[in-house]
Design a protein around this ligand. Sequence first.
Ligand SMILES: [Ca+2]
Ligand SMILES: [Ca+2]
Length: 176
Amino acid sequence: MYKHALSKWSICWNADGFFNCSCPQGYKGRVCDSDVDECETDFHICDNNGTCMNTFGSYKCNCSKGWIGNSCENDVNECLTEPCKNGGVCFNTNGSFYCQCFVETGFAGRLCENDMNECLTSPCLHNAICKNYDGGFNCSCPSGWTGERCDVKLMNANNRNALMAELATIVMRISV
Ligand SMILES: [Ca+2]
Ligand SMILES: [Ca+2]
């Protein structure tokens, strides 16, 4: 038995006029005192684009983002760290994750971290002025209009009468 620096043992035996050793994994050479450079082998040591680093008697994998494990074979569940902001829902995927943002919250972006500028879609009607803020927007309605998007006509005596006349016409049309 031959003892290695890393507490691994190789088995050596005598034969007629020579001896042989069976080396433990990671070592090579007549007396198993040389390192095997695992990174130079064709065998894919580090999965998922991990970078192989040779060490004496072994090797290490520096995993690319989203992967973990000795050979970078395991997916990181990023959702455990709750990366999605502002009520976004996290979905774990192999090697990555994504956030589903909800339009109603007024936030978008990879982590639902960016305020959506709703004013860019001209949500306010009747030439109302749109003002964007974090997580929402509001419309400053011109006179005669109200509602979240200035889509509701304010009633005054004149247009109330006009509406009644219009309704009367419709009722007459239906009843004929
Ligand atoms: Ca090695
Ligand atoms: Ca993942």
